[in-house]
Ligand binder design. Structure first.
Ligand code: NAD
Length: 275
């Protein structure tokens, strides 16, 4: 799809705003799913070592016939491999499974603060970027103190913080901090894992725009300037989730979705206590 939008990372590189998430996509069908998405126009895929489907992502990219530099591939360092040397080793293994000589974005998956190794891991990612094997580097599930510490200690600001973000958990304070620091916000579980799709506010907006609730939610992420990585294995939904560039939500629509935010809306683990 030629009309999809891109954002510029703080290192000057460009990232497609909508990508395919592959958490819980089965390893044996991931290549098919990725190839379907790339044929539908996606140019970004979000995987992780812990998803155990990096091999399928690599195969899907190769099967698409697209040049490697046409597809933005993100993977992540798992909690068991935090630390400087362990992170470098884990990165090599991810590249091996992907069958690639670089990734476009490498993220620390969780700060895992009780391990207290995320600063060492970040220093490893800084080295991987200097080596050009991770073209961009960032983090996931980091809170403000974690971000302040790695920036303060290394002088290198993550390009991205990938966090849980959907209409019922909108993360306004963290988004404002990111904006101040030049960090792009990437929304995980952007559809609330499918649980927000029957919300009456969203279904009413969908009906008015002649779109689905999933498309309204993805469009909301796009208009907020977020990177968004909805997951599906169903070809029609994969296509639907990228088809969000031909309509716009107006101010009243955006305000109505803003009203769905709630402090209790978190679905996933609390980063302060996980890993
Ligand atoms: P999601 O919010 O993308 O929801 C996915 C579910 O919504 C699907 O399984 C399906 O049931 C439903 N769905 C998708 N498209 C639909 C459509 N058009 N119509 C109807 N139903 C539809 O949830 P997710 O998979 O948790 O998150 C997306 C991606 O975010 C993941 O695949 C992964 O890449 C990433 N993620 C990262 C972290 C992290 O810690 N960094 C955590 C969770 C997810």
């Amino acid at each position: 799809m030629s009309d999809q939008t891109h954002l510029t990372l703080n290192d000057g590189r460009s990232i497609p705003q909508v990508g395919l998430g592959v958490w819980q996509t089965p390893a044996d069908t991931t290549a098919d799913t990725v190839a379907v998405a790339l044929a539908a126009g996606y140019r970004a895929v979000d995987t992780a070592a812990v998803y155990r489907n990096e091999k399928g992502v690599g195969e899907g990219v190769r099967r698409s016939g697209l040049a490697r530099n046409e597809v933005f591939v993100t993977t992540k360092l798992w909690n068991d491999n935090q630390g400087y040397d362990a992170a470098l080793t884990a990165f090599d293994k991810s590249l091996g499974r992907l069958g690639m000589d670089h990734v476009d974005l490498y993220l620390i998956h969780w700060p895992a603060p009780t391990q207290n190794l995320y600063l060492d891991s970040w220093k490893a990612l800084v080295r991987l970027k200097e080596e050009g094997r991770a073209k961009s580097i960032g983090v996931s599930n980091f809170a403000v103190p974690h971000l302040e510490r790695i920036i303060g200690e290394t002088g290198v600001t993550p390009a991205v913080n990938q966090i849980e973000l959907h209409p019922r958990f909108q993360q306004s304070a963290l988004r404002a901090f990111h904006a101040d620091k030049g960090i792009l916000t990437e929304s995980w579980s952007p559809l609330g894992q499918g649980k927000t799709l029957d919300d009456p506010t969203l279904t009413a907006l969908a009906q008015r725009h002649g779109k689905t609730a999933a498309q309204v939610i993805i469009r909301w992420h796009v208009q907020l300037g977020l990177i968004v990585i909805p997951k599906s294995v169903t070809p029609s939904r994969i296509a639907e989730n990228l088809d969000v560039f031909g309509f716009a939500l107006d101010d009243a629509d955006m305000a109505a979705i803003a009203g769905l935010d709630g402090a209790q809306g978190r679905i996933g683990p609390d980063p302060a206590a996980f890993g």
